[in-house]
Write a protein that binds this ligand. Structure first.
Ligand code: ADP
Ligand code: ZN
Length: 437
């Protein structure tokens, strides 16, 4: 494989040089952080009164973690570290788990961010001959403008189609010969489901690749999208607190996501003890941004669950890789005392080829017990009036789920297109249990 680098020197920088770079950037970031009331107080208490009090990367560990809660408390301007009139843009998180948080960018911050996204895109084999349809929400959400700017930086023709409306998406793909798209994995599955119904043949499209991210998905989902659409799918990870897309991305080896260590310092901690986990083990990802002046954030607890991949990558990049994020620490469901992540259910359903592309997890109270129902759409080769294959599929999903999650769920099959579709981040879980007070 001929791996291409957007920034060859930086992407292959020897570890020692990369760490020296990180230390210099960490000091710069701390200098900006000290201008905010929030970090001035935090850092001073940790014995860091000026940037030069940071002497090595180990000193990062003296700084307390920053949480989403801290960012909300600082709303709207408490984390702003440059004069207001130097800020040229703001973004906010999607608010999946509560009040959104705001991030500010100055001109250089935007330029650096676009560079990181361009690096991700180029590393999958794209170049300026590509036509890129950005099928994700524009606006406060960082996925739209973030990928848009990165695509332009690479020199691709960027179509700012936004999310939703499959009819229009297909028309754009056909009219302009789209070769690469960006979307959530759930929207990509929906696009595939709609193709036949809208009379779009695969041969009328020039699609080669997709960037899929903004929500967790399993390797089986990737494989399903790749096989059904006949494209290469690359995992894209980011969060608005850390700019948005461009934090970590798969290269063409597709064996973990390179986390750009010239822009971020990554740690993996045990969310209970807050201590680092042994190298390679799973835990919560903690990130420090090194590439943004206007809103510095140090040791941010992402709540995302991952771990470092071990061993070098065949692509030759020296930046460490993280494994596919399996979910958030707060996604975990407890069903009759058994811990369950929605991703475990997704993996099973996506691995059963007779099952359709959409599903929903419903949890209810049945007396004193919890009841788990997994609603699944049927695939294109099965029909609702044909009871034998229907029963066989229901039983297959139930048995495979039970073996994998040790809970016996109720499985309901639904007609294709019957379950709610989301254009952005999918809402896969409906927890109808009364909230404990
Ligand atoms: P919100 O926290 O409100 O969803 P963002 O829009 O900033 O805010 O989304 C960032 C979050 O989306 C991440 O913290 C992570 O939980 C999830 N996410 C983004 N990309 C991926 C990915 N490739 N795999 C799994 N989860 C992802
Ligand atoms: Zn690689």
């Amino acid at each position: 494989m001929n791996y291409q680098y957007w920034h060859p020197k930086m992407e292959t920088l020897p570890r020692a040089d990369l760490e020296a770079w990180q230390l210099a950037r960490l000091k710069d970031t701390a200098a900006y952080a000290l201008r905010t009331p929030f970090y001035k107080e935090r850092l001073t208490r940790a014995g860091i009164r000026e940037a030069d009090d940071i002497k090595s990367l180990e000193d990062l560990k003296r700084i307390p973690f920053t949480t989403k809660h801290d960012l909300r408390d600082a709303f709207p301007y408490g984390m702003l570290s440059v004069p207001r009139d130097e800020v040229i843009r703001l973004h906010a998180s999607s608010g999946t788990t509560g009040t959104p948080t705001t991030i500010y960018f100055n001109r250089e911050d935007i330029r650096r961010w676009s560079g990181f996204v361009a690096r991700c895109i180029y590393g999958t084999g794209c170049n300026k001959s590509d036509v890129f349809q950005n099928m994700i929400t524009y606006g406060l959400f960082t996925g739209g403008l973030g990928f848009h700017a990165g695509g332009e930086e690479v020199g691709m023709l960027v179509i700012p189609s936004g999310a939703g409306n499959t009819t229009r998406q297909f028309k754009l793909m056909q009219d302009f010969g789209t070769t690469v798209v960006h979307a959530t994995p759930s929207f990509l599955l929906h696009v595939e489901s709609r193709m036949k119904e809208e009379g779009v043949s695969r041969d009328s499209l020039r699609l080669k690749r997709a960037f899929a991210g903004a929500e967790p998905y399993s390797e089986d989902t990737r494989r399903r999208i790749e096989e059904l659409l006949g494209i290469d799918v690359y995992n894209s990870y980011g969060l608005s607190e850390m700019n948005g897309p461009g934090v970590a991305f798969e290269c063409q080896a597709k064996n973990g996501l390179h986390l750009w260590e010239d822009g971020y310092i990554a740690e993996i901690i045990d969310p209970e003890t807050l201590e680092p986990v042994p190298e390679g083990e799973t835990g919560e990802l903690v990130l420090t941004i090194l590439c943004r002046e206007a809103t510095p954030i140090l040791r941010y607890r992402t709540r995302d669950i991952s771990g470092f991949s071990t061993g070098p990558c065949p692509c030759g990049r020296t930046h460490r890789r993280i494994r596919r994020i399996t979910g958030r620490t707060d996604d975990m469901l407890i069903i009759n005392g058994v811990n369950l992540f929605p991703s475990q259910i997704e993996e099973v359903i996506m691995g059963i080829k007779e099952a359709g592309n959409n599903y929903l997890i419903v949890v209810e109270k049945d007396g004193s017990l919890d009841r788990l129902t997994v609603k699944t759409e049927i695939g294109p080769d099965i029909f609702m009036d044909d009871s034998r294959p229907l029963n066989a599929l229901r039983e297959k999903i139930r048995k495979t789920l039970q073996a994998s999650i040790t809970i016996n769920p109720k499985v309901e099959l639904h007609e294709k297109g019957a379950l709610p579709v989301s254009e952005g981040k999918a809402k896969r879980v409906q927890d109808n249990r009364p909230k404990e007070v």
